[in-house]
Ligand binder design. Sequence first.
Ligand code: TTP
Ligand code: MG
Length: 350
Amino acid sequence: MHQILHLDLDAFFASVEVLLNPEWRGKPLIVAMGHPQGRGVVSTASYEARQFGVHSTMPLRAALRLCPQAIIAPPHFRAYSEYSRRVMNLLREYSPLVEQVSIDEAYVEISAERDAAQSAREMQARIKTEIGLDCTLAVASNKLVAKVACNTVKPRGFVVVPAGDEEKFLAPLPIDKLPGAGKVTRVKLARWNVKTIGDLARVPVEELRAEFGKAGIYLHEGAHGRDDSPIVTGWKTKSISEENTFERDTRDAKQLEKMLEEMCKGVARDLKKEGFAARTIVLKLRYGDFVTITRQTTLRAPTDDADDIRRCAIGLLQKHWEHKRAIRLIGVRAHNLVEPSSTRQLEMTL
Ligand code: TTP
Ligand code: MG
C-alpha cells in the first residue's frame, strides 16, 4: 500500500507578495500582469480578495469592479521560484520520491516505515514556520485521490483519506472535481445524469468505453478512486517562455520585433538561471480575432544565447506573420531543453 501526499501552496504568488510586503497581510490582494486600465489578467488573488469573487484568469478590470479596494501587485517570478525551491527541498527531506507538478504543487511518496499523516503534519508546520507559507496537504493511497482531496480542504487544509475509503470519499463530490472530467466530457456525461463522482462510478464501464474510448476506462477507474500512476521524479522544466498581450492590437513590425527581442532576453536569462539550453524555439502569435498560431525552428546545437533565440524568433515572425493581420499577443518559448552537461557531451561526440 502506497502513502502518497499531495501538497499545494495556498494563494501562492499572493502569499509570497505578503512576505515581501508584510503590511499587505489580511488585505485583498491581486497579483496581475499588465495595467489595470489595459488588458491585465489576474494571476492569483489572496483569499481575502476571493471572497469578492476574484479568481485566476479573470480580466483585471473585472476583478477591480468586484473588489475596488484590492491592492494590485505585479508578479515577481524570481521570488516565486526561490520560495518554490525552498518548499520542494523541504519535501525532499522526507523522501527522495518527490514529483513537482507545478511551481506550487507536488506529490511525495512516503515509505511504509513512516507515518505519512504525521510527516505531512510536520511538513505543513515547518513550511509555515521556516518558510512563512500556508499550504494544504492531503494523504491518500494514490495520486488521484490525494489531489482531489487536497482541493476539497483549501486553504490551510489537512486531510487523510484512509486506504479502502477512496471511493466513499469521492462519491459525494461534484463531477468537475475529478481530473479528466473537463467541460466537454461533462456535457456528454449529462446523458447518464452524472452530477457527482459517485454517479459516474455507477455508469457501466462498457458504456463509458463506447462513448470515450480509452479515456472512458480512466474515468471509470478514477471514479472508483483507483489510480496506479507512479511518482515521476527528476521533474524538469519542460519549456521556458514569455508572452505579452499588447494594449492595442498591432501591425507595427518594429514594435513586434522590439517586444520579441526583450522577451528573448528574458527567456535566455531564465535558461541560464535554470541551467538549460534549448534545441527548439517556438513563436506564438495571436491575431486580433483570437486565432492563434505557433511555429517553430529546431536548432542544430542547443542554445541559451539571447541573440540566437532572437534570430530564430524574428526569422519565424518574418516567415509566418500574415502582414495584414493585427497581432494581439506575441510569445516565444524555448523548448526541447537539455542540460549544459549533456550539451557538452553532445559537442564532444559530434
Ligand atoms: P494555483 O495553485 O492554482 O493557485 P494558488 O496557489 O494561487 O491558490 P490555491 O492553490 O490556494 O487555490 O496556482 C499557483 C500559482 O500559479 C498562483 O499563485 C499563480 C499562478 N497562476 C497563474 O499565474 N495563472 C493561473 O491561471 C493560475 C491558475 C495560477
Ligand atoms: Mg496553489
